[in-house]
Design a protein. Structure first.
Length: 324
């Protein structure tokens, strides 16, 4: 699938650094994690203003819960704006936290992230490295249900493990179900829980040679965890016109209204201002951490043995696709 995303400003990525070759574009992988029904699919479709993923119906969700498994679902597409190309990979994790006993439910997700580092490391050890395929996860959006209270123990355990491996960005789903005061307090609770449990999350560079950029970076970090409203529907507003949002008896919760939620800020971070920083942090921090740890416990060039049949099957499928 090829998409034109005028208005998303992915073409600004070519201006973030001259190290990315304009004609090749870049590879960018976004993982979305969280319980079923928190709006992961809706957010992705809202972010890119098209149907990249079809929402699951209730029957599918129920069958998924009965199976008590977590599958890794990948959606690949090509985004083009002003001749600049991003090879986008969306990774979903349906089934996470949906069962009575969800302990260790994070294992398939952690294995997937580690496996992508391993695949890249194997490619780096080959004589010809000009055709490397990079499917490492550059950012993980962790969707938190809008309870208004504290983080659940499962959320804490999963984010602990994610934060040490990937650029973790916690987000509050369905923020329009909380009042302004409830949302403010919920954000403070989440920040306190992240700090108390030593959970690492992505923090973009603040200082810049441009005063306006420094201010924007400070505003981005102040908004975290980002409160989101997801909707692909256009609804009418008083005075005429339509906006993307959700209609209620009291009015419209607007996706792109910064007084209603942080969607615009998160989109700005992911696509316009910090995509390259997410890619480079993956390369120079998370991947290097993985590579250093692995090289310390095995001989140079020795492959890591994977016992996960799902990952083995996925790797074989990908290898066949690349060679066909």
């Amino acid at each position: 699938m090829k998409l034109s995303t005028a208005g998303n400003n992915i073409s600004h990525l070519s201006n973030q650094r001259h190290r990315i070759a304009f004609h090749k574009g870049t590879q960018f992988s976004i993982m979305v994690c969280g319980e079923s029904g928190v709006g992961k699919t809706t957010f992705i479709n809202t972010l890119f203003q098209t149907t990249l993923k079809e929402p699951r119906d209730q029957d599918s969700r129920y069958k998924k819960q009965l199976s008590q498994t977590i599958d890794i679902e990948e959606t690949r597409t090509e985004i083009i704006e002003q001749q600049f190309k991003v090879n986008l990979n969306i990774i979903d994790t349906p089934g996470l936290g949906d069962y009575i006993n969800s302990y260790h439910s994070w294992n398939p997700i952690i294995d997937y992230i580690d496996h992508q580092h391993e695949r890249f490391m194997r490619q780096e050890q080959q004589p010809d490295r000009t055709q490397k395929e990079d499917h490492r996860v550059h950012v993980c959006l962790y969707f938190i249900r809008p309870t208004g209270g504290r983080l659940k123990a499962l959320d804490i355990e999963i984010m602990k493990r994610l934060g040490s491996r990937v650029n973790l960005i916690p987000v509050i789903s369905k923020a329009d179900t909380l009042s302004s005061q409830e949302l403010k307090q919920f954000k403070e609770n989440i920040k306190a829980d992240l700090d108390a449990n030593y959970i690492h999350f992505y923090q973009c560079p603040i200082e810049s040679e441009h005063e306006q950029t420094t201010k924007e970076n400070k505003d981005l970090m102040a908004a975290m965890p980002f409160a989101l409203i997801g909707s692909t529907d256009l609804v009418p507003v008083p005075g005429g016109g339509t906006v993307r949002g959700r209609a209620y008896d009291w009015g419209v919760a607007e996706v792109e209204n910064e007084t209603h939620c942080d969607f615009v800020k998160l989109r700005h971070l992911l696509i316009r201002s910090h995509m390259l920083d997410l890619i480079e942090t993956t390369e120079y921090v998370h991947y290097e951490n993985y590579r250093s740890k692995e090289m310390a416990v095995r001989q140079m060039g020795e492959p890591k043995c994977s016992n996960d049949p799902i990952l083995i099957e996925k790797e074989a499928t990908m290898r066949n696709l690349l060679t066909d």
